[in-house]
Design a protein around this ligand. Structure first.
Ligand SMILES: O=P(O)(O)O[C@@H]1[C@@H](OP(=O)(O)O)[C@H](OP(=O)(O)O)[C@H](O)[C@H](OP(=O)(O)O)[C@H]1OP(=O)(O)O
Ligand SMILES: Nc1ncnc2c1ncn2[C@@H]1O[C@H](COP(=O)(O)OP(=O)(O)OP(=O)(O)O)[C@@H](O)[C@H]1O
Ligand SMILES: [Zn+2]
Length: 449
């Protein structure tokens, strides 16, 4: 199977993130019904990638040398799939991972799709990136905003899905965090980043969502997290009904204005479940499935924090460490042991840092539908919600488990420092948030290319 120019009309805009654009299928081919197509994008300020897709740099080949399929990948698509299959699947339960299949796509198909969907994309995404028309394939994956096949009660023949981008669920405790940045051990990265995003006008309010609640394993705290996500969804929370977005921002807009809570509440209520029960159902599924436990373990592979890992990055690329360059002799001693580690150890730590970065940025899609009394489909898990006296079948999948590029390490360090410095200066009082003159430039200007 391959997709040609004529096929573009059967695909519609479903959403996008920073790196990929996702299309839903509305044609009649039985093998494509219920599938989405994930296409890579390229930044507007960059030329289209020379070979259609960037493959690994020499340093990355060294980093991932034990995963031959990844190192030998001839395109970014293949590398991305190999990373999911050989790295992330081993860390997260493979039952929750859909590797998808790669399908060849023609330039005409990609160009026609680009033309058809531009009007539906958020303008800030259009300004930032476009479909990489030199990519020769795209990833075909099941549409995880729908759940099929489960017998449902005739009077409630609908399905819902939620998409959650949980972000980092633990507080770092690395000895390499500078004393001046001790706040990082007490305040989540998510919260501190919210302050910076607010200052930069990316969000109009600071979210009350606390990732530590979502990952806590406590039912009450999970519900608290889901309730906060509903109140401030930003790009962390979406709701779909029968595969269509009914709440949250299409295309990953960061602001709340696109959330449409009244519309969502009405749609949920019309299907016979009150909003409070709906949110409780989501919390119940997360609590019962324990799905976030393994994700948290994968996130914690970042053991040294970027303030430790950055030094090992410079060991790997054999360049003078830009962090140590600005340190006093006393401070230098703190990091000397890192710079004297053998290459193998540096590779392991940075490899694990990048795996953790993927785990901190992926999303979880949970879809569910009510079941008829006593019937649950054997291929799905089920959960009983006492407040609505109803059982639901559900499935849960991680999406966006992409490999992060090694060259992003310095960007990660710069952004981390910007976030913590901004938070230290501006945490209180809130009124100071929009003030200028804090000496910080816009973090969106930190490049890693
Ligand atoms: O650095 P962060 O925590 O802001 O995460 C970036 C995300 O921003 P967020 O704060 O979730 O809105 C960012 O999401 P948005 O574009 O803001 O929707 C991307 O997911 C980015 O990953 P990549 O460049 O696509 O590989 C993410 O970059 P990585 O850090 O995961 O590489
Ligand atoms: N398998 C899927 N089923 C249904 N919807 C999906 C699927 N995969 C992705 N989507 C939708 O497309 C959006 C963008 O996908 P994805 O998160 O993979 O993009 P990305 O560019 O890699 O994201 P990021 O900005 O985090 O790097 C998602 O937020 C989700 O709404
Ligand atoms: Zn150093």
């Amino acid at each position: 199977m391959s997709l040609r120019g004529d096929d573009a009309k059967d695909w519609f805009y479903k959403g996008e993130g920073a790196a990929n654009l996702v299309l839903g299928y509305c044609g009649s081919s039985p093998i494509l019904i219920g599938k989405v197509l994930r296409i890579q994008k390229v930044e507007n300020r960059k030329d289209l990638s020379a070979d259609g897709c960037l493959v690994l740099s020499n340093h990355e080949k060294l980093l991932w040398e034990n995963i031959s399929e990844l190192v030998e990948s001839a395109s970014k698509d293949l590398a991305a799939r190999a990373f999911v299959q050989h790295v992330m699947s081993n860390l997260l339960n493979s039952k929750h991972i859909d590797g998808g299949i790669l399908v060849p796509v023609s330039v005409e198909f990609l160009e026609a799709v680009e033309r058809n969907i531009t009007g539906q994309r958020p303008s800030w995404r259009v300004n930032a990136s476009k479909i990489d028309t030199l990519c020769e394939s795209a990833l075909l994956i099941s549409d995880h905003s729908i759940i099929n096949g489960a017998p449902s009660a005739p009077k409630c023949n609908f399905c819902f899905a939620v998409e959650i981008k949980p972000k980092c669920g633990f507080l770092p405790s690395s000895e390499y965090i500078a004393e001046a940045n001790t706040i990082k051990k007490h305040v989540t990265r998510f919260k501190m980043h919210q302050f910076l995003k607010h200052h930069q006008g990316e969000i109009s309010e600071i979210s009350g969502y606390d990732p530590l609640d979502l990952f806590s394993g406590s039912k009450d705290r999970i519900l608290q997290a889901i309730t906060a996500l509903y109140a401030s969804p930003h790009n962390n929370f979406r709701i779909f009904m029968n595969g269509s977005l009914i709440f949250g921002a299409l295309g990953g807009s960061l602001d709340n204005t696109a959330a449409h809570s009244h519309k969502a509440e009405a749609a949920i209520a019309a299907s016979g479940i009150q909003l409070a029960s709906f949110l409780e159902l989501v919390a119940e599924v997360i609590f019962r499935s324990g799905i976030l436990g393994k994700l948290l373990e994968a996130q914690k592979l970042d053991a040294l924090d970027i303030e430790g890992a950055i030094h090992l990055y410079y060991n790997i690329i054999s360049q003078p460490c830009v962090v140590c360059k600005n340190l006093s002799d006393t401070e230098l001693r703190r990091y000397a042991d890192l710079h004297s580690l053998p290459l193998e150890k540096s590779l392991k730590i940075v490899r694990e840092y990048l795996i953790a970065a993927t785990a901190k940025d992926c999303s979880l899609m949970i879809s569910f539908r009510p079941t008829e009394d006593g019937h649950t489909a054997s291929n799905y898990d089920s959960v009983f919600l006492s407040s609505s006296n109803q059982s639901y079948n559900y499935k849960a999948y991680f999406i966006d488990l992409d490999l992060k590029p090694l060259k992003k390490m310095n960007y990660y360090y710069q952004l981390d420092q910007k976030i913590v410095n901004f938070y230290k200066i501006n945490q209180e009082p809130v009124g100071k948030l929009c003030g200028s003159g804090n000496g910080l430039s816009d973090c969106r200007n930190i490049g890693y290319q």
